[in-house]
Design a protein around this ligand. Structure first.
Ligand code: IPM
Ligand code: MG
Length: 362
């Protein structure tokens, strides 16, 4: 097939890890007979420097025309002045909103090789395989913000329609997996959470009777995620809770550098990005872990291009590279580590091996 992919490298290690993911996608195209065209566009701090705006119009226009978007990371100390009127993160929030990407899938499946890198006891991690579905275009991130000399406020708002569409997405995913869904809120305190809980209960009752629904308060979820992560499968939650819980969940996988994400809306265009940030402290040194970006490219193949088998083969190739000992510094625990390019080359080499995929998930 042919696909047009817009690449937004962004800031910090973003350019290094997206270059790695593009190399892998080029290898997929050759190996499986596809043609992918890549077009680079500015976002974040890089766009502020070049155009004075974290999300230039032509970046949005290119993304709207594309089949999928691959993004690195945005932000860094250079643009972190609290008084600055433009911030790199605005670009990321605005592209999510502009493309209507309300469902953010963040799968967490610790790889055996990475278990040692997790601060959590390995026996708790065996068999963990969960996906957080984070609502991405509503809630406190997008509500009205106000600031006076001695007060500030951020409004958290959700409509029934916004809750319904993301919960439906999570239910469909749950049905492809174990059928279990955990909805996370703070219904003992927040009105938006009470609405969230009501609507979720209703959607499951009316439309997905085969889904087993459980509600969790976000504070106890934060605890259970560490104490008994194996018990969870699909977790659906609002924007900010999802942001926080997925950084926590990344520790189950050993490193933030291993977690990919897919941001999806109604159409097939999606935005794919590692959940890690721009890591300015290691940027430009060739040592960043490219696996999360490569796994994000695998999600792109699956969710935007419908190339399920190719996606699974990329995932398998990443596992193969990890198993063969290609560990970046975040995973090597002080032992000699490989750099971004060596890790990427290892994945591309693994991709050349025969790959059969009986079981496709997430
Ligand atoms: C994420 C990030 C972003 C978010 C930031 C960079 C705006 O933390 O994708 O999880 O909060 O959504
Ligand atoms: Mg985050």
């Amino acid at each position: 097939m042919h696909a047009d992919i817009v690449v937004m490298p962004g800031d910090g290690i973003g350019p290094e890890v997206t270059a790695a993911a593009v190399d892998v996608l080029r290898a997929v195209a050759i190996r499986y007979g596809h043609s992918f065209r890549f077009e680079e566009k500015l976002i974040g701090g890089a766009a502020i420097d070049a155009a004075g705006n974290a999300l230039p119009d032509d970046t949005v226009a290119a993304a709207q025309r594309a089949d999928a978007v691959l993004l690195g990371a945005v932000g860094g100390p250079k643009w972190s002045d609290p008084k600055a009127s433009v911030r790199p993160e605005q670009g990321l929030l605005a592209i999510r909103k502009a493309l209507g990407l309300y469902a953010n899938l963040r799968p967490v499946k610790p790889h055996a090789v990475a278990l040692g890198a997790s601060p959590i006891k390995p026996h708790l991690l065996q068999g963990v395989d969960l996906v957080v579905v984070r609502e991405l275009t509503g809630g406190i991130y997008f509500g009205q913000k106000q600031r006076t000399a001695d007060r500030a406020s951020d409004l958290c708002e959700y409509s029934v329609a916004e809750i319904k569409r993301v919960v439906r997405h999570a239910c469909r995913l749950a049905l492809q997996r174990s059928g279990r869904l955990t909805s996370v809120d703070k219904a003992n305190v927040l009105e938006t959470s009470r609405l969230w809980r009501e609507v979720t209960t209703q959607v499951v009752h009316d439309e997905f009777p085969d889904v087993t629904l459980e509600h969790q308060l976000v504070d106890s979820m934060a605890m259970h995620l560490i104490a008994k992560p194996r018990e969870y499968d699909v977790i659906v939650t609002e924007n900010m809770f999802g942001d926080i819980l997925t950084d926590e969940a990344s520790m189950l996988a050993g490193s933030l550098g291993l977690l990919p994400s897919a941001s999806l809306g109604e159409g097939s265009v999606g935005l794919y990005e590692p959940i890690h940030g721009s890591a300015p402290d290691i940027a430009g040194r060739g040592v960043a872990n490219p696996y999360a970006a490569i796994l994000s490219a695998a999600m792109l193949l699956r969710h935007s291009l419908g190339l399920d088998a190719e996606a699974a083969c990329v995932e398998r190739a990443v596992h193969g590279a990890l198993e063969a000992g290609f560990l970046t510094a975040d995973l090597a625990l002080g032992k000699p580590a490989v750099g971004t390019q060596a890790a990427t080359a290892a994945v591309i080499e693994q991709l050349q091996l025969p790959c059969q995929v009986p079981e496709l998930r997430d």
